[in-house]
Design a protein around this ligand. Structure first.
Ligand code: SF4
Ligand code: SF4
Length: 176
């Protein structure tokens, strides 16, 4: 996934160097137990002090999201795992964190859905007419296959939908 993204970004002449409206401030939901466990593997590699700070930040983000929902204001909130503009669990980040930024397509039942790049991609002087989109289809199917196998092994049958902040609170608070 990372290699395909890097190749597509290079072909488009786009490089994410962070930005003042970082996608790490957007509220993304993640839908697989596989990403949850993988992120927790990354969190367990953090030292105690960093993990405690991340847990505090995650609780604050969850609280802020709830407030935004109650007030129906929307709004942004930095991911609790973003530290100094860098992802503290970069190698363990969820799928959408790896794929965001450049235009993509997803093929489903003969229909091709397209999505744009991020706001900075739109502002970059890249050749948008010839820039190929990243085809996410194989990654979504691959992730679905992993999830099906994981659920078969664990017996977990419920719906999963969490932000990274919720994953951190669930994972770190449980680990103590
Ligand atoms: S997990 Fe990492 S890459 Fe994903 S939103 Fe949080 S800081 Fe950004
Ligand atoms: S992918 Fe785009 S929105 Fe996200 S940090 Fe990079 S430039 Fe900013």
């Amino acid at each position: 996934m990372d290699e395909a993204y890097a190749r597509a970004a290079e072909r488009a002449g786009f490089e994410c160097r962070g930005c003042s409206e970082s996608c790490c401030e957007e509220r993304f939901y993640h839908y697989t137990l596989a990403e949850h466990f993988f992120l927790l593997d990354g969190l367990r590699k953090l030292d105690r002090e960093t993990a405690a700070k991340m847990l505090d930040k995650a609780r604050e983000t969850v609280r802020l999201h709830r407030l935004q929902d109650l007030q129906r204001t929307g709004g942004r909130a930095m991911c609790p795992l973003c530290s100094g503009g860098l992802c503290a669990v970069y190698a363990y980040r969820p799928m959408i964190c790896r794929l965001h930024g450049i235009p993509h397509i997803v093929r489903k039942q003969g229909i091709v859905q397209a999505g744009p790049g991020c706001h900075r991609f739109a502002e970059e002087p890249v050749d948008k007419l010839t820039a190929p989109e990243l085809d996410r289809t194989g990654f979504y199917y691959g992730m679905a296959a992993i999830e099906i196998e994981l659920r078969r092994l664990t017996g977990f049958g419920g719906r999963y939908k969490k932000t990274v902040a919720e994953m951190v609170v669930d994972g770190l608070a449980r680990d103590g």
